[in-house]
Design a binder for this molecule. Structure first.
Ligand SMILES: C[S@@+](CC[C@H](N)C(=O)[O-])C[C@H]1O[C@@H](n2cnc3c(N)ncnc32)[C@H](O)[C@@H]1O
Length: 297
């Protein structure tokens, strides 16, 4: 199944402030946002795209044939190095994983269907979920599942992982699913392993730290009034975004209303936009999305 983009129209209505401008899509995925940006830009507009997943890059190279478009394999935590000295009219961050990650069981992101326990978005580096679960201490595993997955049964799950390891190493997503199912019953429609998989995925990909690093570099890459659009999919990401752009109240002149002022460098353009009921019905994955928009002051 192809990735269905979230908040496509809304994000681009904010992002594209100059149709002849140069834009940066830091999370290319399967390029639905990128393709629509190109549809809207004039012939002199430009779009650079980035993804840490090699499959996304190959997809972009094979499917987007447009002189205004370029794509590079990399991590947005290194965005300043990737685009040293360049300026953009807008930057898009559509965070998290693609449906294509979940649908391809050989990537190890999904608790539905068996596959190697990998979960890396960038398979060219780093450690897999299996490496983490087979080598870390019970406390480290429990902390990750609790902190990034918000899983209350994290301690029991970590203990069961260590017990499993005493007879053989974890290799597949099925191994992890069975362990979680030995601790938690399914309640409602949510799979009992949902939170555990989320926590481990965030840790393996170091998602939160990379987001913080990327945000800290964007100001230098933006033109004056350049726009940042960020779509988050869980509260940990959204909290980082909110806190990064929080007004530094102590430095604000008293007569300026806090509402529209963010940091010294950024202005809040749109506080918190959620998908419409119609979009959520069409694409249930969009239900947890939150979009925020800022511009360089
Ligand atoms: C939600 S998808 C983006 C979907 C895309 N907007 C589309 O229309 O198809 C997120 C993408 O960001 C990529 N990604 C996640 N973290 C990244 C990082 N630190 N650096 C670069 N790409 C990253 C993932 O590999 C994934 O392809």
């Amino acid at each position: 199944m192809l990735h269905v983009p979230v908040l496509l129209e809304e994000s681009l209505d904010f992002l594209l402030n100059d149709l002849s401008g140069t834009y940066l899509d830091l999370t290319f995925g399967r390029g639905s946002h990128s393709q629509e940006i190109l549809n809207r830009l004039s012939s002199s507009g430009k779009l650079c795209a980035v993804d840490r997943d090699v499959e996304a890059i190959t997809y972009g190279q094979l499917n987007i044939h447009d002189e205004r478009f370029s794509i590079v394999h990399g991590n947005y935590s290194e965005v300043k190095t990737l685009f040293y000295g360049q300026k953009f009219h807008g930057v898009l961050l559509d965070l998290g994983t693609c449906s294509t990650h979940l649908d391809n069981h050989s990537r190890g992101f999904s608790f539905q269907g068996d596959g190697p326990l990998d979960m890396r978005m960038d398979t060219t580096k780093g450690f897999s979920a299996a490496d983490f679960l087979n080598k870390s201490s019970e406390k480290e595993i429990s902390d990750v599942i609790y902190k990034y997955g918000d899983e209350k049964a994290s301690r029991k799950i970590a203990k069961a992982i260590i017990e499993f390891r005493s007879s053989r190493l974890l290799k597949s997503t099925g191994d992890l699913v069975k362990i979680v199912e030995s601790i938690l019953q399914r309640t409602g429609r949510t799979h009992p392993a949902t939170k555990t998989f989320q926590g481990i995925r965030i840790h393996v990909n170091n998602e939160l730290e990379h987001l913080e690093l990327a945000l800290a570099q964007l100001s230098e890459l933006l033109t004056e009034n350049g726009v940042i659009v960020i779509i988050s999919f869980h509260s940990l990401e959204d909290r980082i975004v909110k806190n990064f752009f929080k007004p530094d109240v102590q430095f604000l002149p008293k007569d300026i209303p806090i509402n529209n002022i963010v940091t010294q460098e950024f202005k809040c353009i749109k506080k918190k936009l959620k998908p419409s009921a119609e979009e959520i019905k069409r694409n249930p994955r969009s239900r947890s999305a939150v979009m925020r928009v800022f511009s360089k002051a």
